[in-house]
Write a protein that binds this ligand. Structure first.
Ligand code: ATP
Ligand code: MG
Length: 484
C-alpha cells in the first residue's frame, strides 16, 4: 500500500461539494474512519466531472444511522448501505466489506448476499477495478493506493482486481461495467480481461435479474458515450444478453440517436433513457406490426398489439418500468399521428405532452434516410417556428394537398373528416397490470355481488366498495427529458 499526497494527484477539498465533506467530517468526529472512494476519486484525478461521491467507513450501517439520525436510511438486502441526506443531495455510505461467506454464493459462484463487514484492506480487494479502489481522505489530504492504481490511471488501463474469471463469475454485471468504463474513460481493457471475456462468459448475464439489467442498461445509455459503447456491446456479445429481439446491427437511425443522446448529455440537457429503447425496438415493432397486418388485423389494433408484444419480449432481458413502456408506445403511436395528422388536430397535437419526443423521433428517422416519413419531420420542424398566421396558412395548404390526394381515394375519408373532433384520443391504452394483485383489483364483476349477510341485500355495480382503487395516471404531468 502506498499513501499518496492528494495534491500530487490533483485533488483538493475545493473540488468537493459540502455534502460529501459534511458526511466525512461527521463520521470522523464520531470516531470512525471515513473516505471518499470509487468513481468520484477516479474522475477527479482524471480531470472529469464526477457524477456523485460515495463514502466508505468502518462504521456499520446501524452505527452510521446513529451518527446521522433521521437524515439516514438503511437500504438494500444483498448489499446493505446507508443513504445519508446532506442538504438536497444523497450520499451513499458503505461499510468496509470482507469476502462473502461460502453460504451466500450461488452454485455458479455468484454473490447473493454481501454484508460481511471487514477491514479497509478487505474492502479494497472486493472492489471491481483498480482505478475504482482509491481511498481519499480529504481532511488529511491523502489517497490510499493499495495496487498502484495511479499507474493504471496514467496508462489509461482498466484492470480488474484479482482473478478476472472469478470476478466475473462473482458478479457478471462487472462485464457491463468493464465496457461502460472503457467507453466512458476511453481506457483500454487489460489483456488478462480480454482473454476471458468470451461469449460463453457473457452467458452468465442470464442469471442477473432483468430489473438490475435495466438499471445497468440505463447507465450505459446515459453515461455520455453511448455511441462508443454500442459497437463494443456487439463485439463482446453482450448485446444479445441485453436485447431480446434486436438484431446486433447498428443502423443509421440507432447511431444517430446515440450521437444525439451523447450530445444532449454533453450540453447538460436531460435525456430519457426510454427514448433510446424506443429507437432500439422500433424495427422489431414495425416487423411485428407487419406480421399482424398480414393476418388481416386492422392497423390501430396491429400497432397496439405489436407494441405490447415487443415490450413483453424485451422484458425477459431488461424490465422497463411501466411508465417508461407507456412512453415508448406513445412515441411510436405519435409517429402515425404526426405522419398523417388530421388538419383540425394539428394545433392540439403540437401541444400534446408526447409531441416533443414523438417529433424528435420522427425527425431522427427522417434524417437517417427513412423516406416513409414523407418529409413530415421537416414539415413539423418548420411548423414549430411559425407565427400563428403562418401556422394557419400552413395548415390550410396542408389541408388542400391532403384533400387533393384523398379525392383520388375512397369517399369514406370525407365522412371521417366530418366526424373528427379537435381533441386527440389517448395515444395508448394502459396494458394489463403486471402483478396479480393489481390485475385482480382491475377486473369488474360481471354481475352484482351478492352480499354475504343473511338479509340478502345486494351491492350494486356502483357501490363504492367495488370501485377500482387504481388511479389513472395523468401522463401530461410526467416530465420526460426529450419533451423539455
Ligand atoms: P459512476 O458512478 O461514475 O458510474 P462508480 O465507479 O462510482 O462509477 P458506482 O456504481 O457508483 O460506480 O460504485 C461505486 C464503487 O463501488 C465503484 O467505484 C467500485 O469501487 C464499487 N463497485 C460498484 N459496483 C461494483 C461491483 N459490481 N463489483 C465490485 N465493486 C463495485
Ligand atoms: Mg459512483
Amino acid at each position: 500500500m502506498q499513501t499518496l499526497r492528494a495534491s500530487k494527484c490533483g485533488l483538493s477539498t475545493a473540488q468537493l461539494p459540502s455534502s460529501i465533506l459534511d458526511v466525512i467530517d461527521a463520521l470522523t468526529k464520531a470516531g470512525y474512519e471515513a473516505y471518499i472512494v470509487g468513481g468520484g476519486v477516479r474522475d477527479l484525478i482524471l480531470g472529469l466531472n464526477p457524477k456523485d461521491f460515495d463514502a466508505v467507513t468502518n462504521a456499520t450501517p446501524a452505527q452510521v444511522k446513529e451518527v446521522f439520525g433521521r437524515r439516514c436510511r438503511i437500504i438494500g438486502r444483498r448489499f446493505e448501505l446507508a443513504h445519508v441526506y446532506a442538504g438536497r443531495e444523497l450520499i451513499e455510505v458503505a461499510t468496509f466489506r470482507a469476502p462473502p461467506k461460502k453460504a451466500v454464493t450461488s452454485a455458479s459462484g455468484m454473490i447473493l448476499r454481501d454484508n460481511n463487514w471487514g477491514t479497509i484492506e478487505q474492502d479494497f480487494a472486493r472492489r471491481d477495478f483498480s482505478i475504482n479502489a482509491m481511498y481519499y481522505q480529504p481532511r488529511k489530504g491523502i489517497v490510499l493506493d493499495f495496487c498502484h492504481a495511479i499507474d493504471d490511471i496514467k496508462n489509461k488501463t482498466l484492470r480488474l482486481l484479482g482473478d478476472p474469471t472469478l470476478r466475473f463469475e462473482e458478479d457478471p454485471v462487472r462485464m457491463l461495467r468493464t465496457l461502460r468504463f472503457a467507453a466512458k474513460l476511453n481506457f483500454s481493457i487489460a489483456p488478462e480481461i480480454l482473454e476471458i471475456f468470451t461469449p460463453e462468459m457473457t452467458q452468465l448475464l442470464r442469471d442477473i435479474s432483468p430489473h438490475r439489467l435495466y438499471d445497468e442498461s440505463q447507465k450505459l445509455f446515459t453515461m455520455g458515450h453511448l455511441n462508443r459503447v454500442l459497437p463494443m456491446l456487439i463485439d463482446f456479445d453482450i448485446w444479445r444478453q441485453l436485447f431480446a429481439d434486436i438484431s446486433p446491427d447498428i443502423s443509421t437511425f440507432i447511431e444517430r440517436a446515440a450521437i444525439n443522446t451523447d450530445q444532449r448529455i454533453q450540453i447538460g440537457k436531460t435525456i430519457n433513457p426510454a427514448f433510446f429503447y424506443a429507437v432500439l425496438l422500433w424495427k422489431p415493432f414495425l416487423e411485428r406490426c407487419n406480421f399482424y397486418l398480414s393476418k388481416g388485423v386492422v392497423p390501430a389494433e396491429a400497432r397496439a398489439q405489436a407494441g405490447l408484444d415487443v415490450l413483453k419480449r424485451q422484458a425477459t432481458r431488461t424490465i422497463i418500468p411501466r411508465f417508461a413502456e407507456t412512453f415508448i408506445r406513445e412515441v411510436w403511436e405519435m409517429q402515425t399521428r404526426l405522419l398523417n395528422p388530421k388538419p383540425q388536430q394539428i394545433q392540439a397535437l403540437s401541444t400534446h405532452a408526447r409531441f416533443r419526443a414523438g417529433f424528435d423521433f420522427l425527425l431522427l428517422r427522417e434524417k437517417s434516410g427513412d423516406d416513409t416519413t414523407q418529409g413530415m419531420g421537416v414539415w413539423w420542424d418548420a411548423y414549430q417556428q411559425m407565427t400563428t398566421d403562418e401556422k394557419e396558412r400552413a395548415i390550410s395548404q396542408y389541408n388542400r394537398q391532403r384533400a387533393k390526394s384523398r379525392r383520388k381515394t375512397a369517399t369514406e375519408d370525407v365522412v371521417e373528416t366530418k366526424l373528427v373532433a379537435a381533441e386527440i384520443e389517448p395515444l395508448v391504452n394502459e396494458p394489463e397490470p403486471r402483478s396479480r394483485r393489481e390485475r385482480k383489483s382491475r377486473t369488474k364483476p360481471e354481475r352484482p355481488v351478492q352480499s354475504a349477510s343473511s338479509n340478502g341485500s345486494e351491492i350494486g355495480y356502483d357501490h363504492p366498495i367495488l370501485k377500482r382503487k387504481r388511479v389513472k395516471r395523468d401522463l401530461s404531468q410526467v416530465v420526460f427529458g426529450p419533451t423539455q
